[in-house]
Design a protein around this ligand. Structure first.
Ligand SMILES: Cc1ncc(C[n+]2csc(CCOP(=O)(O)OP(=O)(O)O)c2C)c(N)n1
Ligand SMILES: [Mg+2]
Length: 334
């Protein structure tokens, strides 16, 4: 279906302002991600893990949630999603530069380990897929307390090979918990392609095995992800249990700043991927539907640049943690 035909229909419950704001959030996520990679190459940020290519999926899911009410148990690629939930560029730059004001952990954890009590974001652990169990625990609490809250947890397709994944999905389905399992499938677990991770074509093929609804959606199509996530969130809020939602994304950058994907992906593969950049797709879609006028995309980009410049100025000026606090949260103090 042509983009200009599908946009107004799919976006029926989104206002033009919301659509513009979704695009703006994608641009902000991308530009901040690029800035963090530059800081890493400059030797200022010790580690960077990029979410470039995942922005459309993350914004689509984020807008399906009630911010300040619902919960998120994210993974390390969710830079854009945690900002949709309320975190700010400044927060990420504080973390990347190891400042005491890093809201995730006061610069204790590596960058990319998001957590914010203020925005209902549960802190990220380093072993992949442990977040699945944490989210199932959160959803269990919502159900016990009779709350109408929903929790989303995200994971890469590689993480779905972990035992935690299977235990979590089984438990959530048995107890019909209000949780959405978002798989951001970018076809690689570091250098391991999907064909060596699983014998099914789609992670969502496993949904029936757990007894839960599942869907594979084009993760480069923000509004398609939004529609699928809305359905899952509404179902969970009605007390009808969990959903497995697989968003097919692309990993535009290497796995992390310690990796070089040119060593295991062909130049053709990398070039082709860039042609389908989700940001460009959404811009064209919104321009085709008359939501963005000529020059709007450029104005949005410049506004986001200014936000990032101001955030970096603040993070540059901020202090690192006091070395005397190095053992805080490790041993009891006093
Ligand atoms: C239990 C565990 N095993 C291995 C690792 C090392 N590791 C970190 S990320 C990663 C790949 C995960 O790939 P995927 O789930 O597809 O997510 P992506 O990075 O592609 O978004 C691995 C193997 C880890 N952190 N924890
Ligand atoms: Mg992956």
């Amino acid at each position: 279906m042509a983009v200009s035909e599908s946009a107004p229909a799919i976006a029926a419950d989104l206002t033009q302002d919301q659509l513009r704001s979704m695009y703006r959030d994608m641009v902000l996520g991308r530009l901040l991600d690029e800035r963090i990679l530059v800081l890493n190459r400059q030797g200022r940020a010790p580690f960077a893990i990029s979410g470039q290519g995942h922005e459309a999926a993350q914004v689509g899911v984020g807008y399906a949630l009630r911010r300040g009410h619902d919960w998120l148990v994210p993974y390390y690629r969710d830079l854009t999603l945690v900002m949709v939930m309320g975190m700010e560029p400044k927060d990420h730059l504080m973390a990347s530069l190891g400042r005491a004001q890093d809201p995730n952990s006061g610069a204790r954890q590596m960058p990319g380990h998001y957590g914010s009590r203020a925005h209902n974001i549960v802190t990220t652990g380093s072993p992949v897929a442990t977040q699945i169990l944490h989210a199932v625990g959160v959803a269990t609490a919502f159900k016990y307390r009779g709350e109408d809250k929903v929790v989303v947890t995200s994971v890469g397709e590689g993480g779905t090979s972990e035992g935690d994944w299977h235990e979590g999905l089984n438990w959530a389905a048995v107890h019909r918990l209000p949780v959405i399992f978002l798989v951001e499938n970018n076809s690689y677990a570091i250098s391991v392609p999907q064909s060596l991770q699983m014998a099914v074509a789609h992670v969502a093929d496993r949904g029936p095995g757990y007894g839960m609804p599942s869907a594979t959606v084009d993760g480069g199509d923000c509004l398609a992800v939004y529609a699928a996530a809305r359905e899952a969130v509404d179902r969970a809020r009605r007390g009808e249990g969990p959903t497995l939602l697989e968003a097919v994304c692309m990993r535009l950058q290497s796995h992390s700043s310690d990796d070089d994907q040119r060593r295991y992906r062909s130049p053709d593969d990398l070039a082709q991927m860039r042609e389908h950049d989700p940001l460009e797709r959404f811009r064209r879609q919104l321009e085709g539907a008359g939501v963005l006028s000529e020059g709007d995309a450029d104005t949005i980009r410049k506004e986001c640049q200014r936000v990032i410049e101001a955030a970096q100025a603040e993070a540059d000026a901020a202090a690192p943690p006091d070395p005397a606090t190095a053992l805080r949260h490790v041993y009891q103090e006093g």
